[in-house]
Write a protein that binds this ligand. Structure first.
Ligand SMILES: Nc1ncnc2c1ncn2[C@@H]1O[C@H](COP(=O)(O)OP(=O)(O)O)[C@@H](O)[C@H]1O
Ligand SMILES: [Mg+2]
Length: 331
C-alpha cells in the first residue's frame, strides 16, 4: 500500500539528466506525498478494524469455549456414534429354565451403530437373554429387526445378528479347518468355494491373521481363536454383533486389544454392538448405553455417563463400586 518514492532531489537530478521538467516532478512528488498520507490514514483505519475484529473473535471464541465446556459435561457428548433408528429390539422376553424364569420380561432396543453393554453379576441372565434373542434358547417374547417382527431363529435374524462367545473353542469343531469355521455363515449364501475362501482370507486379515485358512483351531492361542470367532461373526456382514463375555477368558493385555479390534471393526462397518460383561471395567470406555441385569430382570437402562454419575438401582451401585475397587491400585 505505502509507496516509497525516490528522494525528490535525486529524482530532480535524474530528471534533468533525462531532459524532463522538474516542476512536473515536484507536482508528481506532491501527488505521491498526498497518496502516501491517504495510504497511511487507510492503514490506520484498517489496523483499527483488525483490532476490533480480533476483540470480536476473542469474545466469541471465549463464549464458544465456554459452551464447549458445558456441552462436554452434558450427557450428549460427541463420542457417541451416530445413533439412528432402532435396528434391533427385544420386547418382553421371558425364558424359563429348570422350572424357573431366569429371564423375566426383559426388553432392550439397540440403535443403528450404537454400542450397548449388558452387565450384571454372574447368573443374572445375560447369556440366556442374548441366546434367546437370536433363537438359540426357546423363549417368550418378540424380536424386531428395524421395526419388523421376525421369527426366532429365522434365517433373517441369524444373518442380521452375529455372536461371539466367551470361549470360542466350544463353538469350533476341532476337526474343521479355520476356512470351514470362518465361512460357516456363508454356507447358504450361494457363493462358490473360491469366493468363500477369498472372503475368509479378507475377514481374517481384518482381525490380523494371515495364512491360517488351512490350519485347525487348536493350533491357536486364546486371543487368536477369539479373532477367528470375530472374523466368522463379521463375514456375512451382520447389522448387529453380540459379544458375550468375548474377552473374559483372555488376560488383561489381550482383552484391551480384542475390545479395540471389535470396537474399531464395528465402527468402520456401522455395526451395532451388544457387549455383555459381568463387570463394568471394560464397558466403561466402550459403551454408549448400559443395561444392568439382576436376577433375570433388567433393572436399569441408562446412558453410560448417567449410570456412572447417578446409578439408581442397588445392583448398578454394586457394579460401580466393584469396578472402582478393581481400578484402585492394590498392593
Ligand atoms: N440350561 C439351563 N438349565 C437350567 N438353568 C439354567 C440353564 N442355563 C442357564 N441357567 C440358569 O439361568 C440363570 C442365568 O444364567 P446365564 O444367562 O448364564 O447368566 P449370566 O450370563 O448372566 O451369567 C442362572 O441361574 C443359570 O444357572
Ligand atoms: Mg454369561
Amino acid at each position: 500500500m505505502i509507496r516509497t518514492p525516490l528522494r525528490p532531489l535525486a529524482r530532480i537530478l535524474r530528471a534533468r539528466a533525462n531532459g524532463e521538467n522538474p516542476s512536473e516532478i515536484e507536482a508528481e512528488n506532491r501527488r505521491q506525498r498526498h497518496e502516501q498520507m491517504r495510504d497511511r490514514a487507510r492503514n490506520r483505519a484498517e489496523s483499527r478494524l483488525l483490532v476490533l475484529g480480533l476483540c470480536f473473535f476473542a469474545a466469541f471464541g471465549a463464549i464458544g469455549l465456554r459452551m464447549g465446556a458445558i456441552a462436554a459435561t452434558e450427557p450428549e457428548e460427541p463420542r457417541t456414534a451416530a445413533v439412528g433408528k432402532t435396528v434391533l429390539a427385544a420386547e418382553d422376553f421371558t425364558v424359563v429354565r429348570g422350572g424357573r424364569a431366569v429371564v423375566r420380561a426383559a426388553g432392550v432396543a439397540l440403535g443403528e451403530g450404537e454400542r450397548l453393554a449388558i452387565v450384571g453379576r454372574s447368573g443374572s441372565g445375560k447369556t440366556t437373554l442374548a441366546r434367546a434373542l437370536v433363537g438359540l434358547v426357546p423363549a417368550r417374547g418378540t424380536v424386531r429387526l428395524a421395526g419388523k417382527a421376525v421369527a426366532p431363529a429365522s434365517a433373517e435374524l441369524r444373518r442380521a445378528v452375529a455372536m461371539v462367545f466367551q470361549d470360542p473353542s466350544t463353538s469350533f469343531d476341532p476337526r474343521h479347518s479355520v476356512l470351514r469355521i470362518v465361512t460357516e455363515p456363508l454356507f447358504r449364501s450361494g457363493l462358490d468355494a473360491a469366493a468363500r475362501r477369498e472372503r475368509a482370507r479378507q475377514a481374517l486379515a481384518q482381525v490380523g491373521l494371515e495364512d491360517v485358512l488351512d490350519r485347525k483351531p487348536h493350533a491357536f492361542s486364546g486371543g487368536q481363536r477369539q479373532r477367528i470367532a470375530i472374523a466368522r461373526a463379521l463375514i456375512a456382514d451382520p447389522r448387529v454383533l453380540i459379544a458375550d463375555e468375548a474377552v473374559s477368558a483372555l488376560d488383561a493385555a489381550l482383552r484391551a486389544d480384542v475390545v479395540r479390534l471389535l470396537d474399531g471393526l464395528a465402527r468402520e462397518r456401522g455395526i451395532a454392538l451388544i457387549f455383555i460383561a459381568h463387570d463394568l471395567a471394560l464397558v466403561r470406555t466402550l459403551a454408549d448405553r448400559i443395561v444392568v441385569m439382576d436376577d433375570g430382570a433388567i433393572v436399569e437402562d441408562a446412558r453410560r455417563e448417567d449410570l456412572f454419575a447417578a446409578p439408581r438401582h442397588p445392583a448398578s451401585r454394586a457394579l460401580i463400586a466393584a469396578a472402582a475397587e478393581q481400578a484402585a491400585p492394590h498392593g
